[in-house]
Design a protein. Structure first.
Lengths: 352, 341
């Protein structure tokens, strides 16, 4: 004859709703809404098509790089060298173009260089077991150095207009930049791979427990190397976009972008220790960043301070889930001490 | 029944044992490489070994070496501090600004500068040790944050030679018996750090936490406090480096010392401090800083493009880390082999 106590099994609709709302992506939607609201308060042109197009195209390079970075971080690695690959790919593209080689040939060459650069990272990380942090720190310097050697202090500009139109042009009749289209297409592909295919499953498996994954037959080394290769390829693509958007390449193209890419990934809810994350979260983070940068720019904040905002956002978005976790642990402890562990009542026992 | 000793591996000659022992000491190897390198460069440009040339080179090397000592404390605990360049920059600017406005006497300005470095280091320590943010992410963020603070303080201005007290920058070119002043200071820092790391409990704790944080915690080591201390000291030493930076260059900007984090980490890694924590010496890190300074100077004198420097930093980091890993794999294989027999 016991009533009361916990049944614990049936979840009321309220609980289900709460668990959905408590997801990181929901928090991001809320933050995005707040930022957009703040933007409209700062300036009436915030929501205009022109402003949207201009702000969004500025974030497309880091957005694109955030996609493979998400997978790499989920497997527990990191790739710091992406900004240098942007510089190197731009430099090579510029040098080839200046030498008279058409972009139709130059672009594939640059993309191949990107793949090899990424595979080099992957090789050092998997074959020799070196920590990804240090390897990509080294290649961060190495590839930037190569960009300096290739291009020196000169710069190349005057790319053909049909290509630069892709870089800073819009879909005719709309405010949607071509690069946004490219990002959305890539985002859908990465989303499908990560969340719908066995490749994505294996990525999560590696992130949760590398050894268990290996013993379950996952080709851990191959997959990790491939992910670095993809990251290099995408970074090279982003470098090409950057070059076309600015219609100029210098050897320091892309400096400082690694911070932004890591920030987007972490803000998107990807656990920096690996094993957890979603592409939709990262997409939301991209738009949040674009909105934030646009709002700050309209408010007159210099790019140097915008970088500070990004750094702050990075730290906060890593601390917040830790705090939330510790809060939840605390709540559980309190609940446990008050009600005791849940068990079925013994017949005849009075449950309070 | 043959004894295990005879079975374990091939017989080693005296010379073989000597060479392998030598090779195992990263510090000795580094010193040897530096001597060979200097000799080679000196054949091309005899000017290389002159005091006029080596003085400024070693002075800058000493500044990086001091920052490298701090960074190696952090790396020993299996963390990393990417924000040292921003700490050096902001401290250099703040000290320069105080002297420019003649607000305080020189020693007071120095104390404030070093104190600022300590505070920034403690901020890193709080984020990493208390909030458990991985140090790579945390210091990536503070790298930007502290640099932003420098821009805030600078407010568009810069510090010139004229703004500083007369003769302030002379200290950078002074030497005692031919050894630059800053080098003597760096040696003092390295000696103190080395002694503390080797002979005090606190020093050994850095190694303990870096080798196996959980085991250390099990025997009662306050791991998080140790990590906090490592970051605090790293910030403080970066502050010292910032003060010296201002004295060396005279011209200080909000962007000063940009890019130096890579030089510092490269120095530490080349110096034999393992990036996975728990092994390495500050002497090695300081030698690494000197090594990189010599390479930088050799590039200049051999009229090779300065652009190669970044590439060399990267190649050096990769090479140093790869050889460490290869040596580890080999010793582990050798151990396993001798155990089976």
């Amino acid at each position: 004859m016991g009533t009361g106590g916990h049944s614990g099994n049936a979840r009321s609709p309220v609980r289900v709703l709460l668990s959905v709302l408590a997801r990181w992506e929901m928090l991001l939607v809320a933050i995005l809404a707040v930022v957009i609201w703040a933007g409209t308060q700062i300036s009436p042109v915030f929501l205009s098509g022109d402003n949207f197009g201009a702000s969004i195209s500025g974030t497309m390079e880091v957005a694109i790089m955030a996609l493979p970075m998400t997978l790499i971080v989920i497997t527990g690695d990191i790739d710091l060298s992406v900004e240098s690959m942007i510089g190197l790919s731009g430099a090579i593209l510029g040098v080839l173009w200046a030498a008279g080689i058409p972009l139709q040939a130059g672009i594939p060459i640059v993309l191949i260089v990107g793949v090899f650069g990424g595979l080099f990272n992957g090789f050092l990380v998997t074959r020799w077991g070196l920590p990804a942090l240090v390897v990509t720190l080294g290649t961060l310097a190495l590839y930037r150095g190569l960009a300096n050697v290739v291009l020196g202090t000169s710069y190349v500009s005057n790319f053909p207009s049909n290509f630069t139109a892709f870089g800073f042009g819009y879909v005719p009749g709309t405010s949607i930049p071509w690069t946004l289209l490219a990002f959305l297409i890539l985002a859908v592909i990465f989303w499908a791979v990560l969340h719908l295919t066995w490749i994505g499953r294996q990525v999560f498996a590696i992130g949760k427990n590398k050894d268990a994954a290996r013993y379950s037959g996952v080709r851990v080394a191959t997959l990790r190397t491939a992910l670095f290769g993809v990251s290099g390829l995408v970074a090279a693509f982003a470098g090409i976009i950057l070059a076309l958007r600015y219609n100029s390449v210098r050897s320091d193209n892309g400096t400082g972008l690694t911070l932004t890419v890591v920030m987007i990934v972490v803000l998107g809810g990807v656990d920096i220790n690996g094993g957890k994350g979603t592409i939709p979260g990262v997409i939301l983070a991209v738009f949040t960043l674009a909105a934030l940068q646009s709002a700050l720019r309209l408010a007159g904040v210099s790019s140097e301070y915008q970088n500070v905002a990004i750094g702050l956002l990075l730290i906060v978005s890593v601390i917040a889930p830790q705090l939330a976790r510790q809060f939840r642990v605390l709540v559980d402890r309190v609940r446990l001490s008050r009600h005791g562990p849940v068990r079925d009542p013994v017949p005849g026992e009075v449950v309070r | 029944m043959a004894s295990n000793v005879a079975m374990a591996g091939s017989p080693r000659s005296r010379a073989g044992v000597l060479i392998s022992g030598f090779a195992r000491s990263r510090e000795l190897t580094l010193a040897a490489v530096m001597i060979v390198l200097s000799a080679l460069v000196a054949t091309q440009t005899p000017n290389f070994l002159s005091l006029d040339n080596l003085g400024p080179v070693m002075t800058l090397g000493a500044i990086i070496a001091i920052a490298a000592v701090g960074e190696s404390l952090v790396i020993l605990t299996k963390n990393i501090d990417l924000s040292v360049e921003s700490t050096i920059g902001i401290v250099a600017f703040v000290v320069g600004d105080i002297l420019k406005q003649q607000a305080l006497p020189i020693p007071a300005a120095w104390v404030i500068g070093i104190g600022l470095g300590l505070v920034l280091g403690m901020a890193n320590g709080v984020i990493v040790a208390i909030f458990r943010v991985p140090s790579i992410v945390a210091t990536l963020g503070t790298l930007s944050l502290f640099r932003g603070l420098a821009f805030l303080v600078a407010n568009g201005h810069e510090i010139n030679l004229n703004d500083l007290p007369d003769g302030y920058t002379n200290a950078a070119s002074q030497s005692v018996f031919g050894v630059p002043l800053f080098v003597i200071l760096a040696i003092a820092v390295v000696v103190v750090a080395a002694l503390v790391l080797r002979y005090t409990v606190v020093g050994r704790l850095f190694y303990a936490v870096g080798s196996n944080a959980e085991a250390a915690a099990t025997i009662g080591v306050r791991s998080r406090l140790t990590v906090f201390l490592a970051f605090a000291l790293c910030g403080m030493l970066a502050g010292v480096a910032g003060v010296l930076w201002g004295m060396n260059f005279g011209a200080i900007y909000a962007n000063s010392a940009s890019g130096q984090s890579l030089a510092v980490i490269a120095a530490v890694v080349v110096g034999g401090v393992s990036i996975s924590g728990g092994s390495g010496t500050v002497v090695g890190a300081a030698l690494g800083a000197v090594f990189l300074a010599l390479i930088n100077n050799a590039l200049l004198l051999l009229l090779l493009p300065q652009e190669w420097l970044q590439m060399i930093y990267g190649a050096v980091i990769l090479l140093a880390v790869s050889t460490d890993a290869l040596i580890q794999v080999r010793t582990q294989r050798a151990k396993a082999r001798s155990r089976i027999r």
